[in-house]
Write a protein that binds this ligand. Structure first.
Ligand SMILES: C[S@@+](CC[C@H](N)C(=O)[O-])C[C@H]1O[C@@H](n2cnc3c(N)ncnc32)[C@H](O)[C@@H]1O
Length: 297
């Protein structure tokens, strides 16, 4: 079988809550990490989106999940990397349960919640605890896991027997065993932006695993909170088409120049469903020889 072409890339400067340019049911996978409500890094951005309080911040995210539901095709998967926040509110220091709110919001929109992943980041500060030190009961558990919540739109996606794109997307037994275990503790956090600019980027390995776990070659992968484009580069590298949406103009410009630096020319319209014209055509990385971890459905 000849290697499929790498995918097309489409970049949109816009708002994840209004993906008007993206047609209904045109995307097979969303991999994203939104700004986390109640994390100070994102306060200014939420204020600019008219969301100064926690419920309004959650509503920004819910608006994006509604659009993801619309643009995903039946059987498509939404993967959301999100962390909870710790912060002092009117009632004192407390947890802001972003993952639980996201699970509920996406389920209310109509997504089917699936078993999720816990990404336990190896830490350089294993002894950094908050609270009353060695005296009970007012010490706090360290938040060292983020969540990768998984949802499906509608029924299972079906393929014809021996579908070539699906077979070309197969992963091996070792990958299956590692990737589909609930706790990922082997992935370090990404380096944050240069010049002290925090980007909230997740590492390549997170994007790459999710793209390979939940899409096949020729699919279209959307990141409505594209940031530095980690999802997009992983999607294109693995022969998928990619659609990135970014609201912040500076980040969007950086994204475009990153694309050019990678030899990609962002398209002016949505990628075609499959066999899209390669922009800076390269073949996706060769798969390691597949083990017997074949999907059962
Ligand atoms: C946590 S970062 C995403 C990081 C990304 N996964 C990466 O690896 O670089 C969230 C991004 O969403 C963008 N953003 C925030 N609100 C948005 C909105 N309403 N629509 C589109 N993008 C938005 C922010 O500017 C930021 O770049």
């Amino acid at each position: 079988m000849s290697a499929p072409p790498t995918g097309a890339l489409w970049l949109i400067r816009g708002d994840a809550r209004r993906l008007d340019a993206v047609p209904d049911s045109s995307v097979q996978l969303v991999v994203t990490s939104p700004p986390y409500p109640m994390i100070p890094q994102w306060d200014r951005l939420f204020r600019a989106l008219d969301a100064a309080e926690y419920p309004a911040m959650l509503e920004v995210l819910a608006g994006a999940w509604r659009e993801c539901f619309r643009v995903l095709s039946p059987g498509g998967i939404l993967a959301v990397n999100i962390g909870d926040a710790l912060r002092t509110g009117d009632d004192g220091f407390r947890l802001w349960p972003n993952h639980a709110e996201t699970l509920l919001a996406a389920t209310q929109i109509g997504f089917t919640p699936l078993p999720y992943l816990l990404w336990k980041k190896p830490t350089n500060r294993p002894n950094a605890f908050l609270g009353s030190g060695f005296l009970p009961p007012n010490a706090y558990v360290t938040l060292d896991c983020e969540y990768i919540l998984l949802f499906r739109k509608g029924p299972l996606r079906r393929f014809a027997p021996h579908d070539p794109a699906r077979l070309a997307s197969r992963f091996g037994r070792a990958e299956r065993d590692r990737w589909f275990s609930q706790v990922w503790s082997d992935v370090r956090g990404a380096r944050q932006g240069s010049e002290g600019r925090r980007t909230g980027a997740f590492p390549d390995a997170v994007a790459e695993r999710l793209v390979r776990m939940f899409s096949v070659v020729g699919d279209t992968v959307l990141d409505p909170f594209a940031g530095t484009g980690t999802t997009l580069w992983a999607a294109v590298r693995w022969g998928r088409n990619a659609v990135g949406v970014e609201w912040d103009p500076v980040t969007y410009r950086a994204l475009r120049s990153q694309a050019r630096g990678r030899g990609l020319r962002p398209a002016a319209r949505p990628p075609a469903r499959s066999g899209a014209v390669a922009t800076g055509a390269r073949s996706p990385p060769r798969r390691r020889r597949a083990g017997s971890g074949a999907p059962s459905r």
